[in-house]
Design a binder for this molecule. Structure first.
Ligand code: SF4
Length: 362
């Protein structure tokens, strides 16, 4: 297939890896922000081709993983309401809340449905006027435009039985939080190509300059990732800290402006809790006041939530680049994809799931 096989060419990837080995002279720690990149790295064994001096750590760019436990518990509470059809991306159904998950709500008779987009949920609301239809609007900048569009669409249709449980997160504030931490180890970033497709990369310049870290916009195929790493290593070795675009076939500096306008029309910044990490200022989006009638937390009377995370789960430290999945005492033992204790073992973008599926026990 054109534009896929070329980027999986083993000889080209090896040539870039050889170049990384040639240019690196000191140990460096680089974080790939997106969980999709983590899975590519593990799936294609890219980490095993890198020189020993280079350590890749796995960032918080897995939306399922960072959706706060409190928000999962709110989803469970809303989904158990009589007369509710709760709709969600499939990954979210197995994410453990304090007590159970959305699958267990469905097993107990709740109407929990998997959809591919929030617009599917709008359609379900049209077809079920006697039910309240809620969409679990999680995700980064990538899913926000479609979720914003679903609100506009529902408004235009005059729907009064559609709402969003919004838990959007944004990448740049998370990078700030990681770099501000006294325990930070990250010296360079591979920025998430799909997020930059929507948002461009104009937001990253101030981060690169303030913290003196190179940021390289990177795609998801093996060659994309290898080239992203090479660009970051070259900058680290040269002492520069610029924003580079190694995914130019998809990403532009300004990004998708209509999508950004759609986001800005419907959402506004808010403080957001990240699972295992805590509250990061201005790191989320919430519905603007004029769209609050589509806010599920306003529509349903949710009792006070007291989230209780498994004390064994160190996912928050993994997502900040401080630990690896195999540092967790219950990895592949008490915690498996079939019986996850934390969200990073569930998601198709979760670091623990990547280590589990592609076998990096030590
Ligand atoms: S292996 Fe399971 S319990 Fe351990 S950090 Fe990963 S998700 Fe959490």
């Amino acid at each position: 297939m054109k534009y896929i096989s070329e980027y999986r060419d083993a000889h080209l990837v090896q040539a870039v890896m050889d170049e990384i080995t040639r240019v690196i002279h000191r140990p460096w720690v680089i974080m790939e922000i997106c969980g999709g990149q983590t899975h590519s790295i593990m799936k294609y064994g890219l980490d095993q081709l890198l020189p020993e001096d280079l350590e890749l750590v796995h960032g918080p760019g897995c939306p399922v993983c960072v959706t706060s436990l409190e928000m999962i518990d709110k989803a469970l509470a809303i989904a158990t309401h009589p007369g509710v059809i709760f709709t969600s991306y499939g990954d979210m159904l197995r994410v453990p809340g304090s007590e159970g998950d959305l699958f267990s709500v469905r097993a107990s008779g709740g109407d929990v449905r998997v959809v591919y987009s929030s617009l599917d949920a709008v359609k379900i609301a049209q077809e079920n006027p006697s039910k309240q239809v809620v969409f679990f609007a999680i995700g980064f900048e990538t899913t926000a435009p479609a979720n914003a569009m679903s609100v506009i669409h529902a408004q235009n249709l005059g729907l009064e039985n559609f709402s969003l449980l919004v838990s959007h997160v944004r990448v740049p504030p998370a990078m700030h939080a990681i770099l501000e931490s006294s325990t930070n180890r990250v010296q360079g970033f591979l920025a998430a190509g799909h997020v930059c497709t929507v948002m461009g990369y104009w937001e990253y310049g101030p981060i690169a300059q303030k913290y003196k870290v190179p940021v390289v916009v990177t795609g998801f195929e093996p060659l994309d990732i290898a080239q992203g790493i090479l660009s970051a290593v070259k900058q680290l070795e040269n002492g520069t800290h610029e924003v580079e675009n190694a995914y130019a076939r998809v990403v532009s500096y300004e990004g998708n402006q209509p999508a950004q306008r759609m986001i800005n029309q419907v959402f506004e910044d808010c403080n957001q809790k990240w699972r295992g990490i805590g509250l990061i200022p201005s790191s989320g989006w919430q519905l603007k006041h004029e769209f609050r009638q589509f806010d599920a937390t306003q529509r349903f009377n949710i009792q006070k939530i007291t989230p209780a995370e498994s004390p064994l789960c160190i996912a928050g430290q993994i997502l900040q680049g401080l630990k690896k999945p195999y540092d967790c005492s219950v990895f592949a033992g008490q915690c498996t994809p079939e019986h996850p204790l934390g969200a990073t073992m569930v998601s198709s973008e979760g670091a623990c799931a990547a280590y589990y599926h592609y076998g990096r026990p030590t």
